[in-house]
Every structure is written in structure tokens, then in C-alpha cells.
Design a binder for this molecule. Structure first.
Ligand SMILES: Cc1cc2nc3c(=O)[nH]c(=O)nc-3n(C[C@H](O)[C@H](O)[C@H](O)COP(=O)(O)OP(=O)(O)OC[C@H]3O[C@@H](n4cnc5c(N)ncnc54)[C@H](O)[C@@H]3O)c2cc1C
Length: 148
């Protein structure tokens, strides 16, 4: 929806035959004359010259392949928090997000969490920056208290 403010035509390549978003958002997308949806398909290759994107190659779930000319590609394929490095060291939830209390403390004293990596719900720049500020202030407090 956002991209339609800047582009004359948007094609959504979607792996399944339906969306999971709220009905109202689906309706807005499906009735937007600038948006076309290609269902049951995924992008297998991004084509381009040395300067810019020129198109994509698509494969549908039945196995047939096609090409689509386009000027840009935006990936939106879900979220996986990059927390493998903390496995066994910090508490993670079942989806891999770092667990922190409301003061951004993890289970390990002196280690604080901030940003999307500990936020399954909002994952926004402003909330990431806000929790970053909280974590920084808590870290400063922790260091001051443990100076000696
Ligand atoms: C397509 C898209 C559109 C968005 N639009 C908006 C919007 O309109 N408004 C809004 O508020 N938010 C938007 N967001 C969300 C916003 O970008 C995030 O909430 C925000 O960037 C999270 O900040 P962060 O610092 O927690 O994580 P990130 O910005 O992801 O930063 C994490 C950093 O850690 C680095 N890193 C990862 N692993 C390691 C490692 N092992 N060692 C060292 N460094 C590592 C990464 O390279 C990255 O630089 C959008 C996100 C996407 C993907």
C-alpha cells in the first residue's frame, strides 16, 4: 500500500493462495487498482544489469517458471531474530526472541536486550530506539553500581 504512493504498478508475489493479514488490510490491497497479486509463487532470481534491477524470475508451486519485468524488488518474507549466538547463554522464547524484563534486563546480570531482537509485537524503529535508550541507561546504572 505504501509503495503505491511512489510506483505506478506493484506486483505482490505470494507463496500461498491467500493472505493472513486482517480482512480490512486484505481488502485494501485486493481492491487497489495499482496492485496485482501473483498467488502460489516465489521469486527464484532477481535479474539486472550492473546498474539496476530489470526483472525477476518466478516459480509457481506447480513448478512452472516465468519472468516479470520490474524496476525494483522489496523482500518481505517474515522475521527470524538473529539470536543463535545467544542460545544456551541468554533466555530466548520459543520463537528465538531474547527475553528481557521491562527494564531490558536479560537473565544474565549486566547483559541487556533492546530492539527488534527482543520485541515480537511492535518491531518498529521508534520502539527499537526507545528500548535501546532504556538498555543504555540500565547498562550505565549497572556499571556505576559495579564500579569497584
Ligand atoms: C521493509 C521494512 C520496512 C520497515 N518500515 C518501518 C517503518 O516504516 N517504520 C518503523 O518504525 N519501522 C519500520 N521497520 C522496522 C525497523 O526497521 C526496525 O524496527 C528497526 O530497524 C529495528 O532496529 P534494531 O536496531 O532493533 O535492529 P536492526 O535495525 O535490524 O539492526 C540490527 C543490526 O545488528 C547487526 N547484526 C546482526 N547480527 C549481528 C552479529 N552477530 N554481530 C554484529 N552485528 C550483527 C545487523 O547487521 C544490523 O545492523 C521496517 C522494517 C522493514 C524490514
Amino acid at each position: 500500500m505504501f509503495l503505491t504512493k511512489f510506483a505506478s504498478k506493484i506486483t505482490i508475489i505470494h507463496r500461498k493462495d491467500s493472505f493472513r493479514a486482517s480482512k480490512i488490510m486484505q481488502q485494501r490491497v485486493l481492491t487497489n487498482p495499482k496492485i496485482k497479486v501473483v498467488w502460489n509463487s516465489e521469486v527464484v532470481e532477481i535479474l539486472g544489469d550492473s546498474k539496476k534491477v530489470t526483472g525477476i524470475k518466478i516459480k509457481n508451486t506447480a513448478g512452472s517458471r516465468s519472468s516479470l519485468a520490474c524496476n525494483g524488488v522489496f523482500l518481505a518474507i517474515g522475521h527470524v531474530p538473529n539470536t543463535k549466538v545467544f542460545v544456551g547463554k541468554l533466555n530466548l522464547d520459543e520463537k528465538g526472541y531474547l527475553q528481557a524484563d521491562r527494564f531490558m534486563h536479560t537473565n544474565l546480570p549486566g547483559v541487556f536486550a533492546a530492539g527488534d531482537v527482543q520485541d515480537i509485537r511492535y518491531r518498529q524503529a521508534i520502539t527499537a530506539a526507545g528500548t535501546g535508550c532504556q538498555a543504555a541507561m540500565e547498562a550505565e546504572k549497572y556499571l556505576a553500581e559495579h564500579e569497584k
